[in-house]
Design a binder for this molecule. Structure first.
Ligand code: SAM
Length: 300
């Protein structure tokens, strides 16, 4: 078993047998609705942390630490771990698992909470602004996209390396013009450059899921505009993709006539520099932003 020395202690990783034992002690039967597919292959955890480029200077937020396999790999780097877990049986047990494997109490914080309710203050902890915050997680499948967008919206994250369903990873990394480009791709592009990374074999999970998983890397860039513009841009993205086969002059007609009644829809889109006959799938997030800005300019 691989070992790393932290504060004079060796941090060891979780093996498959121990994972089952802890689950059994806790009486945990993996819940489908909470997306509980635990990784029981420590090589994969090490690989995720390596690809994420975690160093001892980082604060790392892990959404859904579960039984702690990925958490231990994060802790081995010397980074401060903030683990956010909704299942209180797992959250209560995690400190003991971390301690048993050589992680010092000062090196981690466990928050028992739905990640959708996590606040910017909790992300920053007692160390606001000092360290870069990175996300490393094997995200629960059913909430992976809203959780990612919620974390990005707080504007405290520098980067993320997350494991998600492969189909979701492809959609999040899709660029305008591709069939997979849609609402999540455009919204994530507001905050970050998304790149598809390695695919993960199903056999590393317990229980084995029915879908394939992949790693997705996000590198957060400077905000492309403020939150007022963002709110309206996201409304436009939702409306445009809600009728993705329609030309924008059709899919956005209701929103545009409500927000800017004295303008013709086509004239309005042209003023924003957007072809009214284009469809949502060919418009970049900057294109959607220019529509939002044209609307806001007409309201002043
Ligand atoms: N990180 C562990 C691993 O790789 O073995 C577990 C990953 S498992 C796919 C997802 C974890 O997220 C579970 O522990 C589950 O209880 C937790 N979870 C599910 N929904 C959550 C939510 N809304 N907020 C925080 N944690 C959540």
């Amino acid at each position: 078993m691989s070992e790393e020395v932290s504060e004079g202690k060796k941090i060891t990783l979780l093996g498959a047998t121990e994972i089952r034992q802890i689950a059994e002690q806790l009486g945990v039967v993996p819940s489908k609705s909470l997306g509980q597919n635990f990784v029981h292959d420590s090589n994969i955890c090490e690989k995720i942390v390596r690809l994420a480029g975690i160093t001892s200077k980082d604060r790392v937020v892990e959404i859904g630490p579960g039984l702690g396999s990925l958490s231990l790999s994060i802790a081995r780097t010397g980074a401060h771990l903030i683990a956010v877990e909704i299942d209180d049986r797992l959250a209560k047990r995690l400190p003991q698992t971390l301690r048993d494997h050589g992680v010092s109490d000062r090196a981690f914080t466990v928050i028992v909470k739905d990640a959708m309710e996590l606040t910017a203050e909790e992300l920053a902890g007692s160390d606001p602004g000092e360290r870069s915050i990175k996300v490393v997680a094997n995200l629960p499948y059913n909430v992976s996209v809203p959780v990612l967008i919620h974390l990005l919206e707080m504007e405290r994250i520098e980067s993320a390396m997350v494991m998600v369903q492969s189909e979701v990873a492809r959609r999040l990394a899709a660029k305008p013009g591709s069939k997979e480009y849609g609402v999540p791709s455009a919204k994530v592009a507001w905050y970050a450059d998304a790149t598809l990374s390695d695919s993960i074999p199903r056999a590393v999970f317990w229980p084995v899921p029915r879908v394939d998983s992949s790693l997705l890397q996000l590198r957060v860039h400077r905000p492309i505009a403020g939150s007022e513009d963002r709110r309206l841009t996201f409304e436009i993205i939702d409306a445009a993709f809600n009728q993705r086969r329609k030309m924008l002059r059709g899919s956005l007609s209701r929103l545009l006539t409500e927000r800017a009644p004295d303008r013709g829809v086509e004239e309005f889109l042209e003023r924003a520099g957007i072809d009214p006959t284009a469809r949502a799938e060919s418009i970049s997030v900057e294109g959607f932003l220019s529509i939002a800005r044209a609307i806001r300019a007409s309201e002043h």
